[in-house]
Design a protein. Sequence first.
Lengths: 114, 114
Amino acid sequence: NAGVMQNPRHLVRRRGQEARLRCSPMKGHSHVYWYRQLPEEGLKFMVYLQKENIIDESGMPKERFSAEFPKEGPSILRIQQVVRGDSAAYFCASSPDFSTDTQYFGPGTRLTVL
Amino acid sequence: QQQVKQSPQSLIVQKGGISIINCAYENTAFDYFPWYQQFPGKGPALLIAIRPDVSEKKEGRFTISFNKSAKQFSLHIMDSQPGDSATYFCAAVTYQTGANNLFFGTGTRLTVIP
């Protein structure tokens, strides 16, 4: 059973460009979470999605950031007009349902904004 | 604000020694407390977890001690090995609000010296 997959693993963007990060949850998992990890810091929650629904986006910056989890295909975290402060590791986690405690994390996408 | 406070920031232990990492929280609604282990360039992996209705949980060399009244919990790694060298994150989650996002501590970088 493949784990959570994220791509790309590394992404370099210039200021003002768009970044698209993809997350494929574990097979059978319908809940996806996105977290951001700044250098030397812990992970911070950004958004929680189920298929076609955003459940909680309280950790997401109100501008430039958006997330989706369509009926078919991976979850996408989109960052528009990236700035240097967006440079971080972005991790996706998945769980099979709300009642399951364990979230399984992917390897992350390391975004560098030049 | 930081919902889960973690200390120390870094820890150096001799092989065979005991590593102890401490965490504290304020939100009494938290009802699940996992510990994650993260190696450089990898995503966090669940190590061990506890619910607040028990005071201790042991899995192999890893033990969580939980003090509900003090709102503190700690990870003990017995007989620490060089392969345990990693960053450890405590976390907490509540299922009472309809969202189950993890609140992470800031991490402890453990180095086990051979």
